[in-house]
Design a protein around this ligand. Structure first.
Ligand SMILES: Cc1ncc(C[n+]2csc(CCOP(=O)(O)OP(=O)(O)O)c2C)c(N)n1
Ligand SMILES: [Mg+2]
Length: 891
């Protein structure tokens, strides 16, 4: 065998590689890219068949997905657009700097928008469609970019200097601007909240799917409108951001576009100092089935890449980690030449014609409007799957010494005079040296070409964005007929509140007027709640319909999927389901359709697990009903610590526009839901509802006369004492599934202990608490006027005897109204971790069953000196209560 030296081998290798590449070039020229792709596929298969182990890679090289020769020219006036963008940049920065001039600054962010300006401006000038023609795009703006969005609205003449001056000063006369996108605070402007990171992307995914749902069900004309989600690269670490990305590919949501601003930095430092976030995201999204468009390099790189015949530059680009790229971004051209290009004389040679200054100024893809335009164009035209654009930028772009690319840049809020001057000069803002230190806002004259251009573009694109507008007509009325059946009770038959709710929902679904607007949402929990009959009745929504024969086809209640199905069966994702709730609950504004979502889930996995999405729903003014199913710490038998919910009612109290109830009986549920639909869809209040429903079955009584008002206000007398004149008196309060325990206690107290008790159903401590505080506040502010009286006080001020409350929730619930009672209340509740047991054992453990209500009542009477303490001891013995039992709150 002839000896081949390593050097010869390398040369041979290189020659061989060259020949292969030349052949490929030949095929490319003669047959085009499709032929090359086919050939490569064939080669891969052939190699695999012959035992070649090809490493898996979901990545493409670290270059732009759209090559220079695939690019189209950008319409419009690039110069003008650059000038406009500079003006937006200036005003955005000025707004934040001014807000922080005082010693006690008020915060704000410059660097996020500074990196994203081109990504937004290309959208505003060429893509984002307003709602003037009915449809429009739904855009989730990255929260920290808000200053740039305000600055543009200012130039467009939609808000004025006073607004900018009052950025983050929302109580100021004339109106301030909310720190971030908050429809609650700026209901005519922002559509969706995004600043709690991760929520924007997941809400966008389900919004895009909900648009398809509306179209497929004939509730909305099909359109070409898009959902855009702008997010940060750091944000993608939030589980919600990437947690649902397989859905839109599976559902073929080509109306969805993610734009991830890959500035390689988050708040503290690099997103992936030792890796490459763009490549990591590309693999994740490609793996999930998305169309991925990388926009990494700006125009200046095109000619260099064209010269890169041997792939040296592409290889070099791909081997630099993000931390190092960040270092290049803050270094001068000489450093970049030495460290990036200097590793190989052939690379150095490629840039020898460029000065250090020119090297430094080579832009990145996300700062190049042509590259961004082409990416957006490709994204909006792509069919079949969603698109993600990974745009590389520099955080704090343009801030120079004040922060560009530095680790501190996210928090940068101040700029000294010198930095301001440099910024002004770099972006050509016509403000003099004398003025620049004052950071004035700058808006060209009304008839300037810049303002005219901006306005013309927005007119051509159907109006300003963001704009939030209620586009639906209120419903006229809600018919009584639907609800009356439930007022009668079940005539002795046992039912659970969940069963009642499901029956009511089925009736609503059949209703001529409301039926089509109802959107049932379940996270793989329909059977848990006995809702499987709905599968067949209204179908499970699936754009594809049902392309298989379901295993249970021959049964009455088979698993029916249909393209006009009504149920959103989301699978095991409360976050996804809640995002659907937000989409359906805000459709009255976004899409002009009064859809009414009913999202039913395991109550423990609601506020506790996805509380922040529920908070976002409140902010977004979503309407609809959340149903915490299998609720109650002691009512859900068996399941144990992770499932038994004694918390959600307390959590709900803190959500300002969430109206929550813990109903016990069928008529309570009917009254609450009927009034809820009226308040939200007839009166158009920006509220949403939370109801806990349980799976314990008991007979549902008839509605007592005159109870309606109290049910809604939070309490009403369910049943008075048989002998109201008895010497021993008590007021017993029960809620939800614990109310029957309280009623039982009432009977025994009366028959065995001669205590005459009134029983109150407390449907909502939260409503009582809120009203009480509202009244107290009014009284505080109106000292000279006749004091108002809280509803709870009106109910109880002359109620005789002791007060005892029991519920399946933490004791803080009844405690919250204690201040408005004439005397303190004894409270039984379920503080502590749940555990698996029978219902009876759980109620004994948590001390909320009828026996504890009896003992608590007798104990209170003994403390008041009305009975002897010995009677309480006897009662405990009689009911098998051990006074030395461990405290369940800490067991
Ligand atoms: C859920 C959540 N956690 C933390 C924050 C605080 N926070 C605000 S901005 C930010 C960094 C953002 O980095 P990135 O997503 O990369 O956006 P960029 O500003 O770089 O575009 C953090 C941690 C937040 N807003 N939301
Ligand atoms: Mg970032």
């Amino acid at each position: 065998m002839r000896y081949i030296s390593p050097k010869d081998a390398a040369e041979l290798d290189a020659t061989e590689t060259r020949e292969w590449l030349d052949s490929l070039d030949y095929v490319l020229q003669s047959g085009g890219p499709a032929k090359v792709a086919r050939l490569l596929r064939e080669l891969t298969i052939h190699a695999r068949q012959n035992g070649v182990k090809l490493p898996f890679t979901a990545n493409t090289p670290y270059i732009n997905t759209i090559s220079a020769d695939e690019q189209v020219l950008m319409p419009g006036s690039p110069d003008l657009e650059r000038r406009i963008k500079s003006l937006v940049r200036w005003n955005a920065a000025a707004m934040v700097v001014r807000a922080n001039k005082a010693e006690e600054g008020i915060g704000g962010h410059i660097s996020t928008y500074a990196s994203a300006a081109t990504l937004y401006e290309v959208g505003f000038n060429h893509f984002f469609r307003g709602h003037d023609n009915g449809d429009g795009d739904v855009i989730f703006f990255q929260g920290h970019a808000a200053p740039g969005i305000y600055a543009r609205a200012y130039l467009e003449g939609r808000i004025d200097e006073t607004h900018l001056e009052n950025f983050r000063r929302e109580t100021k006369a004339g109106g301030g601007l909310s720190s971030y996108p908050h429809p609650w605070l700026m209901p005519d402007f922002w559509e969706y909240p995004t600043v709690s990171m991760g929520l924007g992307p997941i809400m966008a995914i389900y919004q895009a799917r909900f648009i398809r749902y509306l179209e497929d069900r004939g509730l909305k004309q099909p359109s070409n409108s898009k959902v855009w989600a702008f997010l940060g690269d750091g944000e993608t670490d939030e589980p919600e951001a990437l947690g649902a990305i397989t859905l839109p590919a599976r559902e073929k949501l080509d109306n969805l576009i993610f734009v991830i601003n890959c500035n390689l930095q988050r708040l503290d430092g690099p997103v992936r100092g030792n890796g490459q976030i763009i490549q990591e995201l590309e693999a994740a999204f490609r793996g999930a089935g998305w169309n991925v468009i990388k926009v990494i390099w700006g125009r200046e790189w095109d000619s260099l890449l064209a010269k890169d015949r041997d792939g040296l530059l592409v290889k070099r680009m791909g081997e630099i980690v993000d931390g190092q790229y960040q270092k290049y971004a803050v270094s001068d051209g000489a450093y970049v030449r030495e460290h990036f290009w200097g590793v190989d004389p052939r690379l150095l040679d490629m840039v020898k014609h460029l000065s250090d200054d020119q090297l430094k100024k080579m832009t990145l893809g996300g700062h190049d409007p042509v590259k961004v335009f082409n990416a957006y164009k490709a994204a909006t035209e792509h069919k079949g799957v969603p698109t993600v654009i990974l745009a590389r930028t520099i955080k704090g772009y343009g801030l120079g010494e004040a922060g560009e690319g530095k680790n501190i840049t996210h928090q940068q809020k101040k700029m000294n005079e010198e930095e301001l001057r440099a910024f002004r000069t770099r972006f050509g803002i016509p403000i003099s040296d004398a003025e620049v230190g004052k950071t004035p806002f700058y808006r060209p004259a009304e008839d300037s070409i810049e303002i005219k251009y901006m306005r013309d573009r927005r007119t051509a694109l159907a109006g300003y964005v963001p704009t939030r507008k209620v586009r639906s007509e209120p419903l006229k009325t809600v018919s009584n007929e639907l609800f009356e059946e439930f007022h009668k009770g079940t005539e002795g038959r046992k039912a659970s509140t969940t069963m009642v709710f499901v029956r009511l929902l089925s009736k609503l679904l059949r209703d001529k007027e409301l039926g089509r607007l109802v959107v049932p949402i379940v996270p793989d929990e329909a059977r848990t709640f006995g809702m499987e009959a709905l599968f067949r009745a209204v179908g499970i929504y699936s754009h594809a319909g049902q392309v298989y024969e379901p295993v249970d086809m021959d049964t009455l209640l088979y698993y029916k999927e249909a393209s006009d199905g009504q149920i959103l069966e989301e699978g095991i994702t409360e976050a996804g389901s809640m995002s659907s709730f937000v989409a359906a609950g805000t459709a009255y504004a976004t899409h002009g359709v009064n859809t009414i979502p009913f999202f039913i889930y395991y109550s423990m996995f609601g506020f506790q697990r996805i509380g922040d999405l529920i908070w976002a729903a409140g902010d977004a003014r979503a309407r609809g009903f959340l149903l915490g199913g299998t609720a109650g710490r002691t009512t859900l038998a068996g399941e144990g610590l992770q499932h038994q919910d004694g918390n959600s009612q307390l959590f709900a109290l803190a959500y300002p526009n969430c109206v929550s109830y813990d109903p016990a009986f069928a008529y309570e549920i009917a009254v609450i839901i009927q009034d809820g639909i009226r308040r939200m869809y007839v009166d158009q209040e920006s509220i949403f509802y939370y109801l806990t429903v349980m799976n314990e079955q008991y007979a549902m009584p008839e509605m007592p006369k005159g109870a309606k008002e109290g049910i809604l206000k939070g309490m009403y007398k369910f049943r008075g004492a048989a002998k109201p004149d008895a010497p021993l008196r008590a007021q017993l309060f029960g809620s939800g599934a614990i109310l029957p325990e309280v009623i039982k206690a009432q009977e025994i107290l009366e028959s065995k202990y001669n205590v005459a008790a009134d029983v109150w159903s407390v449907t909502s401590y939260t409503e009582l608490y809120r009203e009480g505080h509202a009244v107290e506040r009014w009284n505080m502010l109106h000292p000279g006027e006749k004091p108002r009286v809280p509803y709870v006080t009106t109910c109880l001020k002359s109620a005789p005897g002791v007060f005892v409350a029991a519920s399946d929730y933490v004791k803080a619930m009844p405690d919250s109204i204690d201040r408005w009672l004439p005397r303190p209340m004894t409270v039984l509740g379920t503080d502590g971790f749940g555990r698996s047991e029978t219902r009876a054992a759980l109620r004994e453990f948590f001390e909320v069953d009828y026996r504890y209500v009896i003992v608590a009542t007798l104990g209170a009477l003994a403390r008041d000196g009305k009975i002897d303490a010995a009677i309480v001891d006897q009662a405990m013995k009689a009911h098998g209560i051990n006074p030395e039992k461990a405290n369940p709150a800490v067991s």
